[in-house]
Design a protein around this ligand. Sequence first.
Ligand code: GAL
Length: 697
Amino acid sequence: MNKAFVKFSLVILVLLHALFIRAQVAVTWTPVQPGIWKAVIGKPESISLLKAADVSAYEKGFALLPSVGFPLDKKEIVVRQRDGKIYLRFPLQKEEKIYGFGLNFQTVNQRGRVLDLHVDHYGGKDNGRTHAPVPFYVSSGGYGVLIDAARYMTVYAGSAVRVDSEHPPKLYDRNTDKDWSAQPYSDAVEVLVPAQGLEVYVFAGPSPMNVVQRYNLMNGGGCLPPKWGLGFTERMPTLSSQRDIVGEAKLFEQHDFPLDFIGVEPGWQSMAYPCTFEWDKQRFPNPSGFLKELSAMGVRANLWTNPYISPKASLYPLMKGLAGSHTVWNGLVPDMALPQARKLLKEHFLKEHINIGVSGYKIDEIDGFDNWLWPDVAIFPSGYSGEQMRQVYGLLMQRMTTGWFRERNQRTYGLIRASNAGASSFPYVIYDDYYSHRDFITALINSSFAGVLWTPEVRASESAEEWVRRMQSVCFSPMAMLNAWADGTKPWSFPEVEGAVKEVASLRMQLIPYIYSTYAQYRWEGKPPFRAMSLVEGSGGEDQRDQYMMGDDVLVAPMFTGEKFRKVYLPAGKWYDFYTGELAGEHEIITITPGLDKIPLFVKDGGIIPMMPPRRQAPVPGQKVHLLIRHYGKANGSFALYDDDGVSFDYEKGAYSFVTLSVQRDSNGNLAGSMSDPQPGKPYGYTKEVSWVFMTK
Ligand code: GAL
C-alpha cells in the first residue's frame, strides 16, 4: 500500500472519530420536582408521551419523600445525535437489576434484554411490543430513567458491549471455557430513539419504591377509583339485549353474588368494528330506561367501544376531515390530537350515553395488531405520523374520557387496551386477549413499575380447578372481572367450586376498606396498589414473577392449575397466614400446600387490615358501615384508613377523612386497638363502633 494512501486513511479516520465525538451532546440536568431532573436533548417533537397525557404533578406528595441528590454520575450519561436519531447511554453497575420498560408478561428483571418499545397487543414474547411499552425503568440501585418521546425506540437493557467500556466483559474461549456466554457482560443501558429531540428524566430514590412514587407523583399521583369500581364486574355476551342484561343482574341477586357494574359488549351498538356509538334499536329499544332499571338494582353500566367510526354513524360525515389517512375495518380513525374531533366525540358520548347514566367505557383495539390497525405510513391532519399516534392513542383516549367525567364531578373506572408513560392518574385498567394465568400475574407485578393498572380477567376455563384459581387471582387485582363476552360464563359456571368462588368474591368485598385506603396511597403518595416484591423494603431484591403485594401488608401468592403446592418468598420480618393468624415464616422461602378453596395470603407482623361485613355492593355515599379491624402478629401496628364520598372529586377540595388505626401493647402486655376520631363534617362511611380482631393468638 502506498504511504500517501495510509496517511490519507489515517486522517480520514481521525476526522471521522472527531465527528463522532462531536456528535456527543452536552446534557444539562434541570431539577423539575424534588428528586427528579430533566434534560432536553435536541429539539423535542410537539407530541410526546407526557404531552399527550397532559397531567400536572401532584406536588404535595413529594413532601413525604426523603431529599436526595442526583443519583448517577452525570459524566457517565452519554448522549449522541446522528443520522436524525438520538443515542442514549446510562451506566449500569454489576449487581444492578432493571425493572420496568412497560407491561412485560414473562420477565421481571429486564437486564440483558433487547426491547423494541412499540404499542401493540401482547404477542407472547417480552420483546417490547405490549399494551403499555412505557420507556421508564427502575434500577434495583434506587434510581429511574424515563425517555419521553412518542416513537418506537430500541432498548439494549444491559446487552450491548462497547469497545471503550471501562468494565469490559471477561474474555472466554468457547472451545474450552464453560463460562463462555453468547451475551457477555454489559455495563450500560443504551437506547436508540428515531427522533430529532426528546426529554429525559432521571428519578432518585433512595429506594426503588421511592423512584416509582416520584414517577407516579410527577404524573399527577395515582388514580383513585370510585368505590363501586372496586366491586365485582361481569361483561355480558356480545349480542345481549337490554332485557338479557337486566335479567343477568337479577340472576346475580338471586345467587347473592356481588355485582357493582356490568359490561355491555359490542352488541349495544347498531354496528360494531367499525362503530356507530349509537344504540341498537332492536336490542336496546329504551337505553335510558335500561340504565335506570340497572341503577335501581345498584348496578352501573360500562360500554365497550373502539374508536373507529362506521360510515353508518351519524358522526361519520362530521369526522371525515378530522381523521387519519387510513381506515380501520372501513372506519375512520379520529385524530384525537384535534380539539374539534374531541369536541364532536364529547357531544355525542355525553348526550347518548353519559347523561343518561353510563358510568364508563372499555376502549378496545387501539393497541394493534399491525395487520388491521392504521399503518405507520398513515398521516393525521394534526400533522402527527402513524407511529406517533400509535404510541399515544391510548393516552389521548384516556385523557379525553377522564376529562368528560371530571367535568361532571363524577369518577369513572374503565378498561383500556393501550397506554403509555404519563397514565398514572387515569382511572383505567389494561386487559387483553392473551389468556395465560401465570403471565397475567407477572403483568400485574410489572404494572407497578409502569404507572398503569392491569386485570388478569377471567373468561372461561377447562376445569373447575382452573376456574377457581383464576377467580381467586382476579379478586386480588385492580378489577375483579369476569369477561363473559364470548362464552357466557357465570361465576357459578362450575358447581364444584361455586362456594369457593363466592367466598373469594365476598372476601374482595370485605376488603374494600383496606383496598380503598391502598388506592389512596397511590393517589397521594404514588405507591402502586398492587406491587412487585422488589418494591418491598427488606425484599432483598427478589424478582418473583408469581407473587405480589396488595398494599403495604398483604402478600398474595396465587395458585395455578395443576399445582398442589408452591413456594412463597417471605421478605424480612415475620409473616402470618391471613386466614388463621398463625406464623408462616420469617425472611425465608416456605413451601405451602393450600386446598382449592383459598388463595394463599400472608400479612406482615403488625399488619392492620380494616374489613367490613360481606356485602354485594360497595358502600354508597351517606351509608355507615361497621368495621372489623384485624391485626396480625405480635408487633404494634398502625394503618391510615382513608374515606371520602367514593364517587366525586370533592376529595380534591378537602372532603375526605384519614383515620389512624393503631394497635399497641397495654401495661399488661396485651395488644389493644384504638383509632383517631374522624374530623367532623368530612365524609366518613364507617360507624364509630368497631370490632378489633387479634388474629394471632
Ligand atoms: C376484544 C376484547 C374482548 C371483547 C371483544 C368483543 O377485542 O379484547 O375483551 O371485548 O373484543 O368483541
